[in-house]
Design a protein around this ligand. Structure first.
Ligand SMILES: [Cu+2]
Length: 193
């Protein structure tokens, strides 16, 4: 996830990612995969008000394509406890991501769970995924827009051509990654694990 937490806009900024492939991955075919976004706020604005004390928020997201979920990570904020992803249609828990926090409850990191060893988690078009985020806010006050609960994952569709209409054409030519400055001066956003 990348976002701009400042009030200033940087309209020339872009993110370029280079992923190297093995030359010969046979017998495993090289396949396209897609980011999957599973948010307790469904497809709305992700931030929500965090009440004092323990709290829980759930949302559902419908699966539109048959395929396999290869793994998931999570995005939460300070005072996070955990986020759970379940397939509500199949009544099956997919992953529980326990937040790692410091002794004040400030978020240190969220884990990544992969399903490679079992061949991936199958999802079917029409399945409803339920996402449940738990927090425990010890500050004694409501924190405006203080929480998010997002599970992000890699999805491999059963039929790759079904997702082809979602692709965007490449925009303007981008500088080669080796010409770009490295990222060591970027601020370390502790909440963006
Ligand atoms: Cu966030």
């Amino acid at each position: 996830m990348i976002h701009n937490p400042t009030a200033a806009s940087y309209d020339k900024a872009f993110l370029q990612i280079e992923i190297g492939y093995l030359d010969d991955a046979s017998p495993a075919p090289v396949k396209n995969f897609y980011p999957a976004w599973m948010d307790v706020a469904s497809c709305g604005s992700s931030g929500y008000d965090l009440p004092a004390g323990p709290s829980e928020k759930s949302g559902t997201v419908g699966v539109k394509y048959d395929g396999i979920l290869l793994g998931v990570g999570g995005h939460m904020h300070d005072y996070a406890k955990q986020i759970v992803l379940e397939d509500a249609t199949k009544k099956k828990s997919i992953a529980t991501l326990q937040a790692k926090t410091d002794d004040k409850g400030l978020l240190l990191s969220m884990p990544v769970i992969t399903f490679y060893s079992t061949g991936g988690e199958p999802l079917a078009a029409g399945d409803q995924l339920k996402i449940t985020a738990n927090y425990d806010n010890p500050t004694g006050k409501l924190l405006r827009a203080g929480a998010m609960g997002i599970v992000v994952g890699y999805f491999v569709p059963a039929n790759d051509s079904a997702l082809a209409p979602l692709r965007h054409a490449a925009k303007s030519p981008m500088p080669h990654p080796h010409d770009m400055h490295d990222m060591k001066d970027m601020p370390n956003m502790s909440h963006d694990q």
